[in-house]
Design a protein around this ligand. Structure first.
Ligand code: COA
Length: 192
């Protein structure tokens, strides 16, 4: 699977990409945003296993995860992906970009491509995203992309210092998205 944008392209991970993915997912600025700060860090074996599982999950029409690759350099800058539910025609999306590459609009472009894939190729009705209260960058990105802030799950997560934080639930419907989907996707082969 490959989705091509102006600044980045999205492509299925290969086992050889495990090391680079590991660096991003274990980054100390990324981990809190994903709610995994207190969990043990992933290792190379976990990562390779996770990559191998992706092909099965795609075949079962459950999920797919894609690398975000900078067009100019062909460097892996992050990952994004979705779990989808074909019966309820909805998906949950997630994204992680290495801090060095934040604020270059890569996140915006990657999510734009994922949304086009969800609504145009997978023909889903709803896409959901979640962001912790302290994740201003993610909240502002989802807002800019036309997501609706549905709810705040109050103090639902426990932090290491014993304090609690809230999780924001965002969503965008097929109708809301229709007017916003740009022609950014030049090549989209979402397997169904
Ligand atoms: C969230 C994330 C994917 C955004 O990716 P990115 O490539 O930096 O995003 P973009 O450059 O496309 O857009 C970032 C937006 O946040 C805004 N922003 C940057 N810093 C901000 C801050 N401190 N507060 C509020 N908004 C901020 C930018 O202005 C930009 O908005 P704009 O396009 O309207 O100007 C990336 O920061 C990331 O991977 N973070 C760690 C993991 C994570 O949070 N994942 C999401 C969990 S839901």
């Amino acid at each position: 699977m490959k989705l091509v944008g102006d600044k980045v392209y999205l492509q299925s991970p290969k086992v050889a990409d495990a090391e680079r993915i590991l660096v991003i997912i274990n980054d100390q600025k990324v981990r809190p945003m994903l709610g995994i700060k207190n969990q043990p860090k992933r290792n190379l074996q976990d990562e390779r296993k996770w990559i191998r599982r992706q092909a099965t999950r795609r075949r079962l029409k459950e999920a797919f995860n894609l690398l975000i690759i900078e067009k100019e350099t062909d460097k892996i800058v992050g990952m994004c992906g979705l779990h989808y539910d074909k019966y309820h025609k909805k998906a949950d999306i997630g994204i992680s970009i290495a801090p060095k590459f934040w604020n270059k609009k890569y996140g915006r472009e990657a999510i734009t491509m994922l949304l086009c894939c969800c609504f145009k190729k997978l023909e889903l009705d709803l896409v959901i995203a979640q962001a912790y209260d302290f994740n201003d960058r993610s909240k502002s990105l989802l807002d800019a992309l036309g997501f609706n802030h549905d709810a705040t799950l109050r103090k639902c997560c426990l932090k290491k210092d014993g304090s609690r934080c809230s999780l924001n639930h965002f969503s965008i419907t097929k109708e809301e998205h229709k007017s916003k989907c740009s022609d950014i996707v030049k090549e989209a082969e979402c397997q169904q």
